[in-house]
Design a protein around this ligand. Structure first.
Ligand code: SF4
Length: 273
């Protein structure tokens, strides 16, 4: 996608999603960090269902550390990878207390040094909690970036670099959620809803989807065309059969009226023998 198209694409997204926010429910940086750690390979919905009960008993790093792995586990059992996440949250809480006085740090190296915090989680915290112009490429952003030609790349780091290089600096901060929301609600994995996509004009995806009613119209049209072709073929064959029958009849009448010379000779030969 050309640079002007990227600008137009992002501008349109900012009109469609004027105040993009994470859908995770949290009250402070610590809770946000816990939610983002829990959301790895899980849905925001499942995290939002489980987290309030956990935060009711462990609203601070101190309380979370005191709860420990065994105490955290029952609250997050319905979230994928819950054993590892319970272990990481207990350790993460202790690390926040020991290294950062219980505060969530605002630099990538410090964040990535915490248990359960990888490159993507750190990117989300820097973007959402501290408003830094960075991105975290999740499954939706990866798919949309490649499918649309916005920032093609074979892995999430390449896509992240491409997005940071192509999107104007003042649009990077909101871009994270704008692209994510486009992917989650419109440019879906299995059936992208291209017929109602606000950025279709600039998207380079070659197999854009029609709406269900357009698909129906198109398939009805195709069926009608097939039916018509069939009727024509049958009609042509009928005409051909009629023509052959007529010609055969004409030949028969002609032969009977005026037998060919060869036939006459043959008849004579027969008579001689
Ligand atoms: S037009 Fe289709 S493929 Fe392109 S961004 Fe929109 S939904 Fe996705």
């Amino acid at each position: 996608m050309s640079r002007p198209a990227v600008r137009a694409f992002m501008h349109r997204l900012s009109e469609v999603f004027p105040n993009p926010r994470t859908e995770l429910v949290y009250r402070n940086h610590f809770e946000l960090l816990v939610c983002v750690v829990l959301s790895a390979q899980a849905t925001d919905k499942s995290v939002n269902q489980a987290a309030p009960a956990l935060f009711a008993v462990a609203p601070t790093p101190e309380a979370m550390a005191a709860l420990g792995e065994e105490g955290i586990a029952p609250y997050i059992r319905k979230i994928g990878l819950w054993r590892a996440k319970a272990r990481n949250l207990a350790l993460l809480a202790r690390q926040l207390i020991e290294r950062h006085n219980g505060e969530v740090p605002d630099t990538r190296p410090e964040l990535e040094a915490l248990a359960g915090v990888g490159h993507k989680t750190a990117g989300v915290i820097l973007n959402v909690a501290f408003g830094q112009p960075t991105l975290a490429v999740d499954t939706h952003i990866f798919r949309v970036s490649n499918r649309t030609g916005l920032a093609p790349g074979k892995n999430v780091l390449t896509v992240e670099e491409e997005l940071l290089a192509r999107i104007p600096p003042d649009q990077i901060m909101p871009a994270h959620h704008e692209i994510l929301l486009l992917g989650r609600y419109i440019c879906k994995a299995r059936t992208p809803e291209c017929w109602q996509c606000p950025t279709a004009k600039w998207c380079l995806f070659s197999e854009k989807n029609l709406s269900p009613s357009e698909k129906l119209r198109e398939s009805s049209g195709q069926q009608l065309a097939k039916d018509l072709a069939h009727v024509r073929r049958v009609a042509d064959e009928s005409v051909a059969i009629e023509t052959v029958t007529e010609v055969t009849e004409k030949v028969r009448v002609t032969v009977e009226a005026d037998p060919p010379a060869a036939n006459q000779e043959n008849q004579e030969d027969c008579q001689e023998s």
